[in-house]
Design a protein around this ligand. Sequence first.
Ligand SMILES: [Zn+2]
Length: 269
Amino acid sequence: MKKLLYLFASTAIFISACTTNAVTGRKQLSLISEDALQQQAVSQYRSFLSQNRVVSDASSRDAEMVRRVGSRIANAITKYYSTKGLGRELEGYKWEFNLVDNKDVNAWCMPGGKVVVYTGLLPVAQNEAALAIVLAHEITHAVAHHGQERISQAMLAQGIAVGGNLFTSGNSQANNIFNNIYGPAVTVGALLPNSRNQELEADRYGLIFAAMAGYNPREAIPFWTRMAKKGGAKPPPFLSTHPTDEQRIRKLNTYMNEALSYYKPVNSR
Ligand SMILES: [Zn+2]
């Protein structure tokens, strides 16, 4: 009976806590507010930066490039959302882009626009347009509420109660979920694939945002091919719903014409 009640309760939560994503139109589970997530992100981001060597703009053209590419992508996304009347979706976003000295092939974006690129990603990216492809992909995961969705799914699976400030210092379970989803504590050290739906959304909208920012979306094909060869972006074994490398490239090609319709090259490269 207890089990049955739990099932009813969780089903009710599931139904009432589904929101329709304003951009993708897909229904997503959201048991936690975007505000709470952004607050947690700020504190985790600060703590991550304090524990890693941040490469300064003054000492590195790469750090400068990361900031330039990131800002252009952020501007493109802001423009895309406001054109669609969805400007409020990005409320609370205070963008930050930092390059950290770390040989892992990795980059991530937390809710609220807190972005990190690892120096180990740059030799695989090889050029600014490919860096734009991967940054636009990672940022799309954040603005499309993919983290919120994954945290909600994990909360439901682990039976974590909803409400109040979830990420209090005493709630190690909730804090662990956050840290496992956003790179800092992840030991895999590589771009971590999300679910299949989320990956395809990040690929599709990422291409559009990179193109709007002035970067050639076609660079996505050689970039993801390099990543596949590198053995990066491989999911941990428990994630079986991710797209394979071949599926990803095939899908990227089907998204290409749509992205190219947004593409206005900038002259600076
Ligand atoms: Zn992804």
